[in-house]
Structure formats: C-alpha cells, structure tokens
Design a protein around this ligand. Structure first.
Ligand code: NAD
Ligand code: UDP
Length: 375
C-alpha cells in the first residue's frame, strides 16, 4: 500500500467476507488504498492472497475484531483513513433466532464501537451493509425505500436498529455522511472464478447449495415450499451479481458528500422463483439439479424484489449482470474451488499477525513491503 496521502484510504470491515472481497477488488482498480480488517469468524485469510493476485495491488490486512476498540483506535491512528465501508457482522437468520444475543452483541455493539472510534478520529464517511431483510414479508413488490419496515428475525432487527442509529447520528451532526445500502440477494462470483462465496458447513443459501449439488457434494436440493401464491409455487427473490453490488458500493462511497443520511436499495428490479433459478443454472452449467420440494422454511417471505430507481437517480448505478451470468460465475467458482478457499493457501506467519502497530508507525515503508509479500 502506498503511504502517500494522495489516494483516499478506505477502511473495510469484514474484508475477507464474500461481498467485501469483491468490493475491495473494485476499490483497488479505482485507485483507492484499502485497509482491511476481519476477525475471520466466517472467512479465510486466503482471500487476501486472491485479491492481491487479481488486482496486482496489495492491501493492509489486520485480523481485528470490530469490538476491539483499542485495536481500531490504533488503526485510525496509524493509517490516514478517510472513509469506512462496514460489512462486518453475522448474517445467518436461523442462528440469530437461536442465539439473538450473539447478533445484538456482534452486529449492534460492534457497530457502536466502530462509530465511536470513527467519531474520535473525525472520520465521518460511512457506507453500511444493510439488507432487504429489514422489509420482512413485504406486502407489495417492487419494494421501495419507503416500503414499511418489519424485520421478522433478530438478524434483520440488528440491521434495522443500526439504520436508526446511523440516521440519528447523521441528524445530530452534519459532518456525518452515511449511506445504508439494502442489498437484495447477492450471488455469483468474480468472473475469473478465483473469488466467490465460501460458506462453512451446509450452505443456508440457494446458490451455494445448488453449486454443491452440481459438483456432487450434496445429493439433491431441497426446495423450501412449493405451495406459495406465486406462478410456480416457489418463493421469488431479486438475485444480484456480487460484482454489481460491489460497484454499487463504489458509487455510494463517491456520492457520500452530497448527503447526510441515505438509504438505498441495491437490487436488479427483477424477481425469479426458486425453480427459475434451478432451470437457469441447469442451462448454463449443463448439469441437472435433482431437487425435492419440501415444507416451507420458517420465516421465508413469499416475494421480495426491489425497486432500484433510487439507486439510479442518486448513484447513477444499476445492475448489469443477468441471472445466467450470475449462475455461470458461481458455477465457475465452484468448479475451480471445490473446497472453497483452502485455509493453508496463505500461510501468514504468526509473527506477522502479532505485528505491533507501534512498529508500523515507526517503519511504515518497511511494513508496506512486508504486507505486499505476505498478502
Ligand atoms: P460474510 O460472512 O462473507 O462477510 C462478513 C465478514 O465479517 C466475515 O468475513 C466475518 O468473518 C466478518 N466478521 C463478522 N463479525 C466480525 C467482527 N466482530 N469483527 C470483524 N469481522 C467480523 O458475509 P457477506 O455475505 O459478505 O455479507 C457482508 C455484509 O452484508 C454483512 O453485514 C451482511 O449482513 C450483509 N448482507 C449480506 C447479504 C447476503 O445475502 N450475503 C444480504 C444482505 C446484507
Ligand atoms: N431456498 C431453497 N432451498 C435451499 C436454500 C434456499 O429452496 O436450500 C429458497 C428459500 O426458501 C428462498 C430462496 O431459495 O425462497 C432464497 O433463499 P436464500 O437463503 O438464498 O436467501 P434469502 O432470501 O432467504 O435471504
């Protein structure tokens, strides 16, 4: 990473996660410098290696938890960070029902600590990962930003509460520029097939489950519910390519200064049923997906798709990739990485992990080189 002040430095929380990693690639391509942190609760360090290989640039990465106020404080002291894209958090709906405090602690408390440290250092530009989950089982589609908010589970409520916190913060101090992006269903992978979604254990989400069936890791897909009031009886979602989503973050970051607090949907504006996704995947991969229609999954909304008009008006952004492309890229990623990222792929020396930030202050150039070598 350059130590010059000329390029904007963005702190990415949850940097090794699915959406953040794709966003970092685009930030690097756009000339930003990136400091990434992640506690690796749901991702692997190997991601950093792939980012470096694909972008031909390195980032500063630290295995930091957003609840570690001291570590955050040190990062803001050392690096000239001027904005934050905050992805870090837990996201499994079922887990949030079983263990809500895990979610309130990590997502809410973590964000509170991050905001306090940002304020302390006068860094008041923030893009936040929210979710269409805040709309719950919407009464009407397409969903606009003004649609009623009725999150139906603790995970969704953490996003909803954080949005309120951010809105209050921006209202209290005009120096804050904050955009909450409500993502619809991010799928797909980097077109190279070198980065993608890497769920641990049995995938909760549709596309990773389908790709694992296609590659023979799972016997068949269980389609949750075939008796919904939709054309083919299965639920409808607005699937969006992760690279389109990444581009939405750059657009949001670049338009931050025009506003105090904004909420923006990031979706394609098109809904597809589960059976349509299966058929599209089969078409692009040439692989038949055995499936069985089973009981509905508790808490699933019938139909969720976005009105993305505001994103176009405010950010001049719209999704470019279609469902075929999303399926194609997810399949390529699965084929090239049948086991996902390998944990031994990027042997970070333990001494590197433990590197004292005070050493970095004294020898920033030297550390930059070390980062390049190890990332
Ligand atoms: P992900 O799990 O791949 O990425 C989240 C990252 O945050 C992980 O790498 C995890 O290790 C890290 N993390 C969690 N708690 C942390 C903490 N306390 N400190 C530091 N790092 C921490 O998930 P993703 O799909 O890339 O989602 C990113 C964000 O987008 C999340 O906030 C999620 O709630 C939100 N979101 C995701 C979806 C989706 O379907 N993938 C939809 C809407 C919103
Ligand atoms: N789904 C399914 N089988 C699976 C996973 C998901 O039928 O193994 C369905 C789910 O009921 C929903 C859609 O696929 O209608 C998208 O689910 P996902 O978990 O990917 O995203 P969600 O919209 O729930 O966040």
């Amino acid at each position: 990473m350059s130590t010059s002040q000329s390029r904007p430095v963005v702190l990415i929380t949850g940097a090794t996660g699915f959406i953040a990693s794709h966003t970092i690639i685009q930030l690097l391509e756009e000339g930003y410098d990136v400091v990434g942190i992640d506690n690796l609760a749901n991702s692997k360090k190997a991601v950093i290696n792939r980012i470096t290989a694909l972008s031909d640039r390195s980032i500063i990465f630290r295995p930091v938890d957003i609840r570690d106020e001291k570590a955050l404080d040190e990062l803001f002291t050392v690096y000239p960070i001027n904005s934050v894209i905050h992805f870090a958090g837990y996201k499994a709906v079922g887990e949030s029902v079983e263990d809500p405090m895990l979610y309130y602690s990590n997502n809410m408390k973590g964000t509170t600590i991050l905001l306090e440290v940002m304020a302390k250092h006068g860094v008041k530009n923030l893009v936040f990962s929210s979710s269409c989950t805040v709309y719950g089982n919407a009464e009407q589609c397409p969903i606009t930003e003004e649609s009623p908010l009725q999150p139906g589970n603790p995970y969704g409520r953490t996003k909803w509460m954080i949005e309120h916190m951010l809105s209050d913060l921006a209202a209290s101090d005009p120096e804050w520029h904050i955009t909450s992006l409500r993502y619809f269903n991010p799928i797909g992978a980097h077109p190279s097939g070198e980065m993608g979604e890497d769920p641990s254990g049995i995938p909760n989400n549709l596309i990773p489950y389908i790709t694992q069936v296609a590659i023979g890791k799972r016997e068949k897909l269980y389609v949750f519910g075939g008796d919904y009031p939709t054309e083919d009886g299965t639920c409808i979602r607005d699937y969006i390519h992760v690279c389109d989503l990444a581009a939405g973050h750059i657009a949001a970051l670049e338009s931050l200064h025009g506003n105090g607090y904004e909420v923006i949907n990031l979706g394609t504006g098109k809904g597809y049923s589960v059976l349509e996704v299966i058929r599209t995947f089969e078409k692009v991969s040439g692989v038949t997906i055995p499936y069985e229609i089973v009981d509905r999954r508790e808490g699933d909304a019938v139909e969720v798709w976005a009105d993305p008009t505001k994103a176009y008006k405010k950010l001049y952004w719209r999704a470019l990739f279609d469902l075929e492309r999303m399926c194609n890229d997810a399949w390529l990623w699965q084929l090239r990485n049948p086991e996902g990222y390998r944990s031994n792929e990027l042997p970070f020396a333990s001494s590197e992990d433990q590197f004292s930030l005070s050493t970095i202050i004294d020898h920033s150039t030297k550390i930059t080189l070390r980062d390049t070598k190890t990332a």
